[in-house]
Design a protein around this ligand. Sequence first.
Ligand SMILES: Nc1ncnc2c1ncn2[C@@H]1O[C@H](COP(=O)(O)OP(=O)(O)O)[C@@H](O)[C@H]1O
Ligand SMILES: [Mg+2]
Length: 397
Amino acid sequence: MRNSVFMGIMQALLCSAILVFAADQPQVPLLIESSPDADVILEGRLCGKTDSAGFFLTRVSPGSHRVRVQKSGFYATERSVFVYDLSTRFRIILTEKPLSKTWAILAGSLLLLIVIALIIWIRHLRANYIGQFKVIREIGRGGVASVYMAKSRKHTLPLALKVMHDSLADDKDLVEKFSREGKVLSLVQKNCPGSGLAKIFEYGHTNGSVKRHYIAMEYVEGETLLDQLKRKGALERSYVLKVIHSLAATLSCCHRSGVFHRDLSPDNIIIQTESGTPILIDFGIAKNANTSYRTLDGSIAGKPAYMSPEQCQGYEISSASDVYALGILFYCLLEGGPPFTGCNPVEVIYSQVNKPFPNLSNAQYKTLNLLIASMTVKDPEKRISMEKLIKQIGMMS
Ligand SMILES: Nc1ncnc2c1ncn2[C@@H]1O[C@H](COP(=O)(O)OP(=O)(O)O)[C@@H](O)[C@H]1O
Ligand SMILES: [Mg+2]
């Protein structure tokens, strides 16, 4: 501080001396008043700095002088000062420079980046993760699992993530059954590529203190047949034929892989918005006949309204059981609801086993009635085969 004051004084003295000798005139005081700590330049030479009150005193010869005051962050100002024989006081007001445009843009961008980073960070903190999967929203919930729309860094498109309920994680049988769904899906996927199935990406469990069992598959953008039935009631004949034909082809391929679906129902079929293809989902009870449709308390779990008589009675299951369920679905889509309903599952099961299958209410649907009847014969041995069915629908549509 002392040094800078000393230097200031020295500079002022030197400056005055130069001016004295240069001008060879009697000296008069010149007091410059400006911003504190500003450089004072007289006739192009730095003479010193204004003090903390903004004053700078020097001596100059009378006459006209160029005085310039400059300070960083302010516009430099040069004036012409006329000094008379008496002491002169001159005021130069410095104007503060606004932040330069480039700096303003840089500062603004930096601020924006900080705000974006903060938002991302807060969203990350608030996001719900299951292992590596970021949950977007729940899209379905059943007795064993919930299905979420999710994202993962490995996949660009959203996924359907089926996650077993945490409360069931200790039940080894259920865990085994759940992971079997992943295995079955992988198997049919391998044997039936490009068919009406959702692609499976991976299945397993998360690591960490709580193991969460999951199946990650392709998210099918669309509406389930159940949603369509709720929205429109009975569906058009040509549309139904197309859907049943496509499902029969998908099921036929599953059967060739040794997999029976056994849970065909309108909520397990999604009509893909873009292609209109019916996508068969929910292989949760596929394959294992004895335990598949029984819940923990021993009651019937599947959907009795779509179950074949042999499935209702716990008999051997075959591809014919899926043909029966497809027959019920066929009827349901044309009629707006399933053929057998009741106040309780037992009543429906009784109808499936004992009651004759009803005809469609539309009297013009004679051929369709015959076809559905061939699919829903009570004896599985006498039912039409999936291959024959595909051919017959192909000829009708
Ligand atoms: N791959 C998928 N893409 C889009 N939605 C799906 C997918 N899988 C399941 N869902 C939705 O989640 C619901 C329940 O899935 P599902 O596998 O049938 O489970 P649950 O065994 O509980 O019936 C379906 O009805 C459907 O709405
Ligand atoms: Mg389901």
